[in-house]
Write a protein of this length. Structure first.
Length: 295
């Protein structure tokens, strides 16, 4: 084997190892999100795993690591992403995989910077008003929906080809999708966020959780986000449409379970969808998508 061939082989192994690391991060942290990715073609699945893994690592810095050096750790992670986005290489396997995806599908600082800004807010902001809440939702969740949309449209993009951009309605749907998922998670994690992390995301909601009126308004807000996301589904390519439909179905189920609880109960336990129920949602969603012509 020539030196050039040996280097190419080693580089391909590094790429595969980075991708496998991201796969393991997703598998370890989210069965619901992971279930939806199984519908995707291999390259799109690896790209989404890379996006998820970076988001998860940043979240772990501020939520799990925490402490006096969390800001420094988050800054270093952001610097690693910025460098790798230029060079296409990182010694951090998750960052390496994310940068390779970002460079190919057109994820740039316009999406990455707001994400890290929201992560940084978790280190300093404990109570959100309406403005900071909207800003936080955009950076922590809506841009992630836009990153996923970039993957769906550009996973097979070749060097030199223009980046495909979505129409405004599809962009709005991707943002709504991320927002809905984040807000559902805020409700599910209400006890941990308020009791352990000292954070209150929903404006006007106190340490004892939402009152009846606030709870109804929050559920209605999430329901509107879900509806906007679902309306944008037809614009997606077939396999991504099916994957998003599966994940939407799972979060729709969570929303139904949350709506069936009185608001005080959300502080007592984290609502989950059982594995059998997840498989039912998966089967029904895919059956419906297949009837609609997904291949």
């Amino acid at each position: 084997m020539s030196e050039e061939s040996a280097r190419a082989h080693a580089l391909a192994l590094y790429h595969r190892t980075a991708a496998r690391t991201c796969h393991d991060v997703l598998a370890g942290y989210s069965t619901s999100f992971g279930l939806g990715t199984r519908v995707l073609p291999p390259r799109q699945r690896r790209d989404i795993e890379a996006v998820y893994a970076l988001v998860r690592v940043a979240d772990e810095v501020v939520d799990t690591r925490g402490g006096a050096d969390a800001a420094e750790a988050l800054d270093e992670l952001e610097r690693q992403v910025a460098r790798a986005s230029v060079t296409g290489w990182s010694t951090n396997l998750v960052v390496h995989a994310f940068a390779r995806t970002a460079r190919r599908v057109g994820i740039d600082a316009e999406l990455v910077d707001p994400f890290f800004a929201s992560m940084r807010a978790d280190l300093t902001v404990t109570v959100h008003d309406e403005e900071s809440y909207r800003r936080y939702i955009y950076g922590s969740a809506e841009v992630v929906g836009l990153m996923c949309l970039a993957v769906f449209l550009n996973a097979d993009r070749r060097p030199g080809d223009p980046v495909r951009r979505a129409d405004p309605a599809t962009v709005a749907g991707a943002r709504a999708l991320g927002a809905a998922f984040q807000k559902v998670n805020f409700l599910r994690d209400l006890a941990a966020d308020t009791g352990e992390l000292g954070r209150r995301y929903f404006p006007g909601v106190g340490d004892n959780g939402p009152d009846d009126r606030q709870y109804v308004a929050i559920l209605a807000e999430i329901g509107a986000d879900v509806d906007r996301a679902r309306q944008a589904l037809p614009a997606l390519p077939p396999r991504p449409r099916a994957a998003v439909a599966v994940t939407l179905g799972l979060y729709d189920r969570l929303l139904t379970q949350l709506a069936a609880l009185p608001p005080e109960r959300v502080l007592e336990r984290r609502v989950r969808v059982s594995t059998p129920r997840k498989l039912i949602v998966l089967g029904r969603t895919l059956a419906g998508e297949l009837r609609g012509g997904v291949r």
